[in-house]
Design a protein around this ligand. Structure first.
Ligand SMILES: CC(C)(COP(=O)(O)OP(=O)(O)OC[C@H]1O[C@@H](n2cnc3c(N)ncnc32)[C@H](O)[C@@H]1OP(=O)(O)O)[C@@H](O)C(=O)NCCC(=O)NCCS
Length: 147
């Protein structure tokens, strides 16, 4: 398995993983394309792949010294094998190298798998936004990791 920055030609496989992950954030093709086409894009995206397929990705927005993880998903058949951890660790390494001070994210209150995942990496809760998500309506739990 290798981790590398995403390329525009990865979008179809990224979408396949994302669309099958019900609890992931769901973006349009255009929003993914912006990452690569917009020279001012502040987004970073990493993917995990082997010779057969793309198995997972992580995408973050870099806002000066504050980064925000916007999405992470691992294909169901590859979950719980450490892949999400490798993607997150690689992003954290990049953030440290680029002197980010903190990494933020929000997650559905009921997404206990993702919350357990982030808490394993010492993200801590700092707030909640009521009814932040729709379909179904649900609060967002806000997490932060100070680097
Ligand atoms: C969250 C997600 C990316 C984790 O990826 P993964 O590759 O399965 O995670 P890892 O194997 O690296 O697991 C790391 C830790 O996360 C936690 N974790 C992962 N899956 C878990 C599960 N099903 N139940 C409980 N804890 C879990 C555990 O603490 C685990 O450490 P451990 O295996 O030593 O117990 C993956 O579950 C996923 O794609 N979920 C659907 C999309 C999603 O909800 N994204 C978050 C949007 S905010």
């Amino acid at each position: 398995m290798s981790i590398r920055p995403a390329r525009i030609e990865d979008i179809p496989q990224i979408l396949k993983v994302e669309q099958r992950a019900a609890s992931a954030a769901h973006w349009s093709v255009e929003k993914y394309q912006e990452i690569f086409n917009d020279v001012e894009s502040l987004r970073r995206m990493l993917i995990a792949e082997d010779d057969l397929a793309l198995h997972g990705f992580i995408v973050a927005r870099t806002l000066g010294d504050e980064w925000e993880i916007e999405n992470i998903a691992v294909a169901q058949s590859s979950q719980r094998r450490g892949l999400g951890s490798v993607l997150l660790q690689r992003l954290l390494e990049d953030a440290r190298i680029e002197k980010a001070q903190s990494i933020l994210l929000e997650v559905r209150e009921s997404n206990l798998v993702a919350r357990t995942f982030y808490e394993k990496f010492f993200f801590s809760e700092y707030g909640r936004r009521a009814s932040y998500y729709h379909n179904p309506s649900e609060s967002a739990i806000l997490y932060r990791l100070c680097l």
